[in-house]
Design a protein around this ligand. Structure first.
Ligand SMILES: Cc1ncc(COP(=O)(O)O)c(C=O)c1O
Length: 402
């Protein structure tokens, strides 16, 4: 069978193999503790569900404008103004099928074959493949674990070439769990500013999940007059409102970019599900949502702090304190190449380590290989405290048994 060549440029996710194995064990009745979840373990707030149900029952089941209803775009524009200090008009906003689709359509709208895209590592697993699908060339810049995995302005300046078309900034970050502070973002911005043809794609989807007194900052808000025409601001409702399955993402940018995305999306998916549009308005305008967001954030902070403390008690494991999102991303470098577990098996990288952990103590981790860090693993703390205590306890037992 002849399939498209573009499939050859993208990798099969290693993460999926570990997830499939964890699911198979669960099916056999094994008590697996999973730290794989990339989504809140809370339910979508009731008023948001009700807004969609009401719209569905009222017959909001037909095509809508590709970029979103005027009401949804207005609610997003007002939220960006109120919360992010960004002055995007409704026509400078497009609603897409989740944050992933927002990012992908924006890459398709700006990248030409051979354009370089700077991606700080550890990176969210889909960035390099989405860049490649859009014809671009990922250029990975490694964040310094000693600086919470953040890249420096000097590193960024060195990575820019005449072929650079875009820099991706994800703060707070998946999987690093780190957050660039406004002064750090300003330093990165100073390194990119002279290169006037370079776009910055700012993936801000974890903006409300901040811990340890960190502040979030939208890239374009650093200097809106300077950055508006060169920034792609991507966000979604998935993580902040526990709405991963709804598939609601949005992009704000200069009108020409949004028009280009509208043209592309009009030939791909058209509008998102029509009765989800009023749910956007509800989530972004109902003041009661602030309490919902705070409740989830507070729970994540307690769990993340506990997970971080427990992980650092395991000899050979080193973990930075998570300051954003809901991931701990410890180094397991001190355990690789050494006998582990009851069998004394040896792991050479995070994939082998995760397989051994899953098979022996039934804890599902996500190996860092897919994120550009083969000597790290990712653990999501979007799970109950009991699971955290139980799962890390088992991990400690495994690491110390060798
Ligand atoms: C950094 C980052 N960007 C984008 C996405 C995609 O979000 P969505 O589920 O809304 O497509 C994710 C999802 O995990 C993510 O972690």
């Amino acid at each position: 069978m002849q399939l498209a060549q573009r499939l050859e440029s993208i990798a099969e996710s290693i993460t999926l193999a570990v997830t499939a194995r964890a699911n198979a064990l669960k099916k056999q009745g094994v008590d697996v503790v999973s730290f794989g979840a990339g989504e809140p373990d809370f339910d979508t707030p009731l008023p948001v569900k009700e807004a969609a149900i009401k719209a569905l029952l009222a017959g909001k089941t037909k095509y809508e404008p590709t970029a979103g209803t005027p009401e949804a775009r207005k609610a997003i524009s007002e939220k960006l103004n109120r919360f992010n200090r960004l002055d995007y008009k409704p026509e400078e906003i497009i609603v897409s099928v989740g944050g992933k689709h927002s990012l992908y359509v924006s890459f398709m709208a700006v990248l030409n074959p051979g354009d370089e895209v700077i991606i700080p590592a550890p990176y969210w697993v889909s960035y390099p493949d989405m860049v490649k699908l859009a014809g671009g060339v990922p250029v990975v810049v490694n964040g310094d674990p000693a600086n919470n995995f953040k890249i420096s302005a000097a590193q960024l300046a060195r990575a820019v070439t005449p072929r650079t078309k875009m820099v991706i900034i994800n703060s707070p970050s998946n999987p690093g769990g780190h957050t660039y502070q406004p002064a750090e973002l300003a330093a990165l911005a100073a390194a990119v500013a002279p290169h006037k043809n370079v776009w910055v794609c700012s993936d801000e989807i974890y903006e409300r999940l901040l811990y340890a007194g960190q502040q979030s900052c939208s890239w374009a808000a650093l200097d809106f007059a300077l950055w508006k025409d060169r920034t792609i601001t991507c966000n979604c409702l998935s993580k902040t409102y526990a709405m991963t399955g709804w598939r609601i993402g949005y992009t704000a940018g200069p009108r020409a970019l949004i028009d280009a995305m509208n043209k592309l999306q009009g030939q791909m998916t058209s509008n998102i599900t029509s009765f989800c549009m009023p749910a956007i308005v509800e989530a972004l305008t109902n003041p009661a949502m602030e309490t919902e967001i705070q409740t989830m954030r507070d729970a994540f902070e307690k769990r993340g702090t506990r997970m971080w403390q427990l992980l650092n008690q395991i000899p050979g494991v080193k973990c930075n304190r998570p300051t954003g999102a809901f991931y701990a991303f410890p180094s397991i470098a001190g355990l690789l190449g050494k006998p582990l577990g009851k069998t004394g098996a040896i792991a050479k990288d995070a994939v082998e380590f995760s397989r051994l952990v899953l098979d022996e103590v039934h804890v599902a981790l996500v190996p860092g290989n897919d994120f550009g860090c083969p000597d790290h693993v990712r653990l999501s703390f979007a799970t109950g405290m009991e699971n955290i205590e139980k799962g890390i306890g088992r991990l400690a037992q495994f690491c110390q048994a060798g």
